[in-house]
Design a protein around this ligand. Structure first.
Ligand code: BDR
Ligand code: CA
Length: 313
C-alpha cells in the first residue's frame, strides 16, 4: 500500500456525484488535494467550472481551480441535464464562489502541480477524460510523475448512456483511448462497481441526521440524485464518482482485478464501450487496468458518513 496522504489532482464535471467525490477527497486525511480541474460533461464547461468553485467554497477546499477543454477531442459535447439539471448541480442553494479561477488551463495547472510535487501524483478523473488525454499528449515527460489515474468510467458488462457505453467514456472515447493506451497505471471504477454503490433512503436519513450545513447539502444532493434514479427503476442512487476517491482512501473495501481493457472508438452500436478480456481470453493480452468490480457497500456508506461528520458544520 502506498504511503498516505496521497497527493491528488481532481478532474471532474460536477455533477452531484462529482460533488460528493470532492467532499470525500477534502475530508480524508489520506488524500491531499493539490488542484481541482474541470471537464465538460454533465454540463457545459462554464457550468461545471462554476459548480466546482461553489462546491470548493462550501467545503473549504482551498486548492487552485482551473477550467478544462470546452469540447471533447472529436465531435460535440454531450450533456446530462436529465440527471443533474440545467445548472449541472440542481438542488440545494450553494454559496457564491469565494475561490478564484486560476489563469492557467486545466492542462497547465496539472503540469504545474505535478512538476512541483515531491512525490508522484494520482489523478482522480470523474468526468470525460479530455483533460487527462491532453495532459498526457502535451507532457509525456511527466508520465513517470503520475502515480496512477483513478477514474470513474466505463463498465465491462454494459453501458448507461447507450446499451454499450457509459457516459464519461461515450462523451470522449478518443480521449479515453489515449489514456488507456498511455502506459500510466489505471484504476478503473466503472459501472461494474458503481451500480453496487447504491445509496438508499435510509442512508440519506442517516446523513441528514448528522446535522449541520454539509450534512444538509449532502442529503439534498442525494435526495435529488435518488429521485431521478428511482424514477428510472434503480433501487437507490448509484454514487459513481465517489468510488474513484473511496478506492484510494479505503482500498480494502473494494474488489480489484487486473484486466486488459480496450476502448471502442468506432462501431455502429458500441462507440465508447470499454471492452474487457474475460478469463481465457485474458492470457493473450497484458493487463493495462486494475478494474474495480465490487465493494463492501456498508463500509462505503460508513466512510461517507464519517466524511460528512468530519466537517463539523
Ligand atoms: C458518470 O456520468 C455522470 O453523469 C456522473 O457524474 C458520472 O461521472 C456516470 O456514468
Ligand atoms: Ca462525473
Amino acid at each position: 500500500m502506498e504511503p498516505f496522504p496521497i497527493p491528488v489532482v481532481c478532474d471532474c464535471d460536477p455533477g452531484h456525484d462529482d460533488a460528493i467525490m470532492l467532499l470525500l477527497a477534502k475530508a480524508s486525511p489520506r488524500l491531499r488535494v493539490l488542484a481541482v480541474t474541470t471537464s465538460c460533461g454533465n454540463q457545459t464547461i462554464e457550468k461545471t467550472t462554476w459548480n466546482a468553485r461553489r462546491i470548493c467554497t462550501l467545503l473549504g477546499l482551498e486548492a487552485p481551480i482551473a477550467m478544462g477543454a470546452a469540447k471533447p477531442l472529436c465531435g460535440q459535447p454531450i450533456t446530462a441535464p436529465n440527471i443533474h439539471g440545467q445548472s449541472g448541480l440542481d438542488g440545494p442553494r450553494l454559496p457564491e464562489p469565494r475561490l478564484p479561477l486560476s489563469a492557467l488551463t486545466a492542462v497547465e495547472l496539472t503540469a504545474k502541480v505535478i512538476s512541483e510535487c515531491s512525490e508522484p501524483v494520482t489523478i482522480i478523473s470523474t468526468g470525460p477524460l479530455t483533460n487527462t488525454a491532453c495532459f498526457l499528449l502535451a507532457h509525456p515527460e511527466l508520465k513517470p510523475r503520475i502515480r496512477q489515474i483513478s477514474l470513474m468510467g466505463g463498465g465491462l458488462a454494459h453501458g448507461n448512456w447507450t446499451p454499450a457505453a457509459e457516459f464519461n467514456i461515450l462523451v470522449d472515447p478518443e480521449a479515453a483511448d489515449i489514456v488507456f493506451r498511455s502506459g500510466v497505471p489505471i484504476l478503473m471504477s466503472g459501472l461494474d462497481v458503481t451500480l453496487k454503490a447504491l445509496i438508499t433512503e435510509a442512508d440519506i436519513a442517516r446523513i441528514r441526521a448528522i446535522g449541520g450545513e454539509i450534512s444538509r447539502v449532502t442529503a439534498e444532493w442525494l435526495d435529488y440524485f435518488y429521485v431521478f434514479h428511482k424514477g428510472i427503476g434503480y433501487a437507490g442512487a448509484p454514487l459513481h464518482d465517489p468510488c474513484a476517491a473511496a478506492v484510494l482512501i479505503r482500498p480494502e473495501l473494494f474488489d480489484i482485478r487486473p484486466m486488459h481493457v480496450e476502448i471502442e472508438t468506432g462501431g455502429e452500436f458500441c462507440r465508447g464501450a470499454t471492452v474487457g478480456a474475460l478469463p481465457g481470453v485474458e492470457d493473450e493480452y497484458a493487463p493495462n487496468v486494475r478494474c474495480v468490480m465490487g465493494l463492501d457497500r456498508e463500509g462505503f456508506v460508513d466512510l461517507l458518513c464519517e466524511a460528512v461528520a468530519s466537517y463539523g458544520y
